[in-house]
Design a protein around this ligand. Structure first.
Ligand SMILES: Cc1ncc(COP(=O)(O)O)c(C=O)c1O
Length: 378
């Protein structure tokens, strides 16, 4: 009997362990993890600093809710706010996942604005809870819940003119990813993001940057918002925030944080001590190993060296990359798999996604460059 209800088609092997940028199956065979456990293994698998921090915290106090004040929770929030300096957000509320982070940011925007409508973009992916699903452009998962979804207007992504066609003062919030990952590493020029931010600010519409995939240095900048030159009201985080210990966060401006009353937000597990220890260790590793700069440098190298007969073009920034292929990307994915590399598919069958640990090794980079060069165009 197999009792497990599974969400995705798994890799064709039994996963056993992970070390740095590699995962191993039960027979001892290893793969460089360019999939990153779905963009989660920010500091690599089982980084010793993260493991030591969570083991020490587990023996001291495994869990207590926010009813118990904890020094490590305050330290984690302060350290994250410091990392986000320059993105315009200085207050932190901890949750457990990306959908929960977006759900809370959207709810707060509805409550604080008193408005009922939301604005999002084609190709946007924000999670599976009902408000997050409402702003997600994926009918394959949202259609069965059509009657329960919020009132959302969806605009084409990266289209400057379309921004001028909607009544901004009717929207509580606009939600946007600095790079749309699920839709196939779709980017937009900084000028487009700046216009979104300008229109939102001018009309009292909160700007939510979903940085669940793009945040924590992955793009070669602490957050994508900085790369695009915008200061959102909210930044939502999850995925690699605590190196794989489940954690999400809603970062918000001081004005928003100060306007909240006790009880406005809540989460039993959010900000638990184990996750906070993992977050502090993650930030430590990012600083010690210069991971933000490393993501920028490795991304630039891969963008320059991967194009050839198979990879026509590489989209994205830092270590969130989309390989535009000249044939079905599934063939390149199978070739990489056979040469010991995991990668991510996208909705676009001509695109392969790379979202590896930021401390990706030289050996992994060389293996990827060689593999892309050796697959002949058929
Ligand atoms: C951009 C983005 N936002 C939100 C989510 C939802 O995160 P979670 O699966 O942790 O709820 C995802 C998940 O893939 C995502 O990629």
């Amino acid at each position: 009997m197999n009792a497990l209800v599974s969400g995705y088609q798994p890799f064709p092997f039994l996963l056993d362990r992970g070390v740095g940028d590699r995962v191993y199956d039960t027979s001892g065979k290893s793969w460089f993890d360019y999939y990153g456990g779905h963009c989660v293994a920010l500091t690599g698998h089982s980084h010793p600093t993260v493991v030591a921090a969570i083991s020490a915290q587990a023996s001291r106090l495994l869990f207590y809710s926010t009813a118990g004040e904890l020094a490590i929770r305050d330290q984690a929030a302060d350290a994250l706010a410091e990392f986000a300096q320059g993105a315009g957000v200085s207050r932190v509320f901890f949750v457990n996942s990306g959908a929960e982070a977006n759900e809370n940011a959207l709810k707060l925007a509805l409550k604080l604005s008193g408005r009922k409508r939301l604005l999002s973009f084609e190709g946007g992916w924000h999670g599976r809870t009902l408000l997050a699903l409402s702003v997600t452009d994926d009918p394959s998962i949202s259609a069965p819940y059509e009657n329960q979804l919020a009132d959302v207007q969806r605009l084409p992504f990266a289209d400057l003119e379309a921004l001028e066609t909607v009544p901004w003062s009717e929207f509580a919030a606009v939600i946007v990813e600095p790079i749309q990952s699920m839709a196939g590493i779709r980017t937009a020029p900084a000028a487009w993001f700046k216009r979104v931010a300008q229109l939102a600010r001018a009309h009292g519409c909160f700007l939510i940057c979903d940085e669940i995939q793009t945040g924590m240095g992955r793009l070669g900048s602490p957050f994508g918002a900085q790369l695009m030159g915008i200061q959102p009201d909210f930044i939502t985080l999850a995925k690699g925030l605590a190196s794989g210990v489940p954690m999400g966060a809603v970062l918000m401006s001081d004005a928003i944080g100060s306007s909240l009353a006790p009880g406005d937000l809540g989460s039993t597990f959010g900000g638990g001590p184990l996750a906070c220890a993992a977050l502090l260790a993650t930030l430590q590793v990012i600083a010690d190993e210069n991971l933000v700069e490393r993501a920028a440098a490795l991304g630039a190298r891969l963008k320059q060296e991967l194009p050839g007969p198979w990879v026509q073009h590489v989209r994205g920034e830092g270590l969130l990359l989309g390989l535009q292929t000249s044939q079905q990307a599934a063939r390149l994915r199978a070739h990489l798999y056979a040469r010991g590399m995991l990668s991510g598919a996208a909705v676009d069958p001509w695109l392969l996604r790379l979202m590896p640990p930021l401390n990706l090794s030289e050996a992994a980079v060389t293996a990827m460059i060689e593999a892309c060069a050796t697959l002949e165009a058929a």
